[in-house]
Design a protein around this ligand. Structure first.
Ligand code: HEM
Length: 385
């Protein structure tokens, strides 16, 4: 199969040429070549601005990760400036220090359902764990988390490549307004949390504007939980689908970190990296990509590339993985990967240790998936234990 495949991509009334990149080598080439590819089409002369055509034209709406200037959608040097401000917090060492607290959260969630003998693994475990962790880091009050759940759900499902459901604007606005109010409140009442630290940086001078601050916080809240909960839920489902692998893991929980990497590879939450736009004509996998055209690295496909992984269609929790692309690659590679890894490690270890008889509580064909072009997760996962 060709590594670069043309797909129709209607956007803003135009038919723009778009390409799916299906293999590891070419996907990495796109993600690391910041000269020929950009995440910000507005920098290409004469190009259709992908996000502006979707963003809605309401100048009174507060910025969000999607409508404002978040690190995901800017190139260097702005990208580096924004990322450096938060990178210090997202180091593997700091994430390791969160372990005891994440363990308490995981145990408390399972304590609540243990006596029932059954739960919805999505609602009762996979969803609340990451949102509570990122909210505590940022300083988002407990009482607001279910509202954030609702906004994020609509955004995750309604906001895809070239697609925006009607209710998305309203939810983006509400999420942005909420975040702006939270920032205003924390300006008055600084606390020991990441939002207060970022406000201090913004107030110090010219390193972070108010628009960037609010966009960044919405990005951290959204990216900080939606994907990780999908990893925990989908990962559990994949293990239930592969009983021999599940048994292997249960009999040796020290395999969990390698199982997490394999679950990320085999069926990670992000189907694609954000679209890139060619800044100049360039050849990719033998295909000429013209300036302004859209290039979409399909991470799930690259992660099954048989030239990189033996038996790439098999789930093997003992697999030694050199590199997968589930967190992307290059300068935009996931900032939260160390956090997601610690959370997933604790989530799977705790689940399998405390519920060794975990099994699906509905027929397999009734399991409900949420698919968008950019991500994939489970609507619910009823299990018994
Ligand atoms: C299993 C969980 C996760 C997966 C699969 C995942 C996936 C990704 C991917 C593929 C990208 C790159 C997108 C691109 O290049 O277009 C990304 C970027 C990002 N992720 Fe994650 N993510 C996860 C968890 C998290 C967590 C816990 C956070 C915490 C805050 C986070 C924050 C971010 C941020 C801020 C970016 C933008 C980085 C940049 O542009 O420099 N993610 N993520």
């Amino acid at each position: 199969m060709s590594a670069v495949i043309p797909i129709p991509f209607p956007m803003g009334g135009d038919n723009i040429q778009a390409w799916m990149v299906t293999r590891m080598k070419e996907s990495m080439q796109v993600l690391k070549d910041h000269v020929h590819f950009t995440v910000d089409p507005s920098t290409i002369e004469g190009s259709n601005d992908f996000r502006q055509s979707l963003a809605g034209n309401d100048p009174s709406a507060p910025p969000t990760f999607f409508t404002g200037k978040s690190m995901l959608f800017v190139d260097d040097p702005d990208h580096r400036r924004l990322r450096v401000l938060v990178s210090k917090v997202f180091t593997p060492r700091y994430m390791e220090s969160l372990r005891p607290r994440i363990q308490v959260i995981a145990d408390e969630l399972l304590d609540k359902v243990l006596e029932q003998g059954q739960m919805d693994l999505v609602e009762d475990y996979a969803y609340p764990l990451p949102i509570n962790v990122i909210s505590e880091m940022l300083g988002v009050p407990q009482a607001d988390r279910s509202q954030i759940h609702a906004w994020s759900g609509t955004l995750a499902h309604g906001l895809g490549l070239g697609r925006k459901d009607p209710e998305v604007d309203e939810n983006l606005r509400a999420f942005g307004e909420y975040t702006a109010q939270l920032v205003a409140h924390k300006r008055q009442h600084p606390a020991d949390d990441l939002i207060s630290q970022l406000i201090a940086i913004e107030e110090e001078g010219d390193r972070l504007s108010e628009d960037e601050l609010i966009s960044m916080i919405t990005l951290l809240i959204f990216a900080g939980h939606e994907t990780t909960s999908n990893l925990i839920a989908t990962g559990s489902m994949m293990l239930l689908d592969h009983p021999a692998q599940l048994e292997k893991l249960k009999s040796d929980l020290s395999l969990v970190p390698s199982a997490v990497e394999e679950l990320l590879r085999f069926n990670g939450p992000s189907t694609i990296a954000g679209p890139r736009f060619a800044t100049k004509d360039i050849e990719l996998g033998g295909q000429l990509i013209k300036k302004g055209e859209v290039v979409i690295p399909v991470l799930k496909s690259a992660n099954r590339d048989e030239s990189q992984f033996s038996q790439s269609e098999e789930l093997d929790v003992t697999r030694k993985i050199n590199r997968h692309l589930a967190f992307g690659f290059g300068i935009h590679m996931c900032l939260g990967a160390p956090l997601a890894r610690v959370e997933a490690d604790i989530a799977f270890t705790t689940l399998l240790r405390r519920m060794p008889n975990l099994r699906l509580n509905i027929p397999r064909e009734n399991v409900n998936w949420n698919f968008t072009l950019s991500s994939q997760g489970l609507a619910s996962l009823p299990v018994a234990f």
